[in-house]
Design a protein around this ligand. Sequence first.
Ligand code: ZN
Ligand code: FE
Length: 252
Amino acid sequence: MIEIRMFPARDDNYGLLVHDPLSGATASIDAPEEDAICDALEETGWRLTDLFVTHHHYDHVEAVPALKRRFGARVTASARDRGRVPEVDGVVEDGEHFHLGTVPVEVIGVPGHTLGHVAYRIEDSVFVGDTLFSLGCGRLFEGSPGQMWESLCRLRALPPETKVWCGHEYTEANGRFAVTIDPDNADLAARVAEVRDLRLDGRPTLPTTIGREAATNPFLRADRPEVKAALGMSGRSDVDVFAEIRARKDRF
Ligand code: ZN
Ligand code: FE
């Protein structure tokens, strides 16, 4: 079984280390901040062997060159991001499987936030970068609403107990928007209250789970009749409703 260490990095990013105790292999999911990642490595005693990059944005790749120099870590990124993620050693595509030490890793292509964005699924966890957030989703910088909706549906189809590890702590702000879209959702109201308490205590709201997000995240609920009705969009396509929710969030 893998061990996972999550820690804050930069302003609101999360650093994530994934460790295979059998082989000693350790991957950093993205590379948001060299010092934060090195501190986490020191505290755990793990040696960095790999960097799994979800997408090319600077807050996710900033420390790639430094960590590679320091540890000789191998950099894995989406084939579409070759040339825009620094110092890539190996590229992966949707559906591909590879290993972290002895542990199988599945690549899920999730275009939308960027066209090259990938998620890494390892055991009962999925590392989703900036595609899915708790109670939110990434902005559409490159992909279309249709692409992002399909990517989110693929994540939603994972087993409900799957742990979701996101690239940022955005949950509280996302919750303020989510209740405007899905005001009568009791599960959402309960999650918003829980998130408020966690943040008052200075604790992370992650990981979340696929099942919880399917019940509370308005971006995963664009196909629900009650959400369409609340937006005055009954009978409209799932993608149209998703696009409307995303557009409202952009203006929120
Ligand atoms: Zn991003
Ligand atoms: Fe980001």
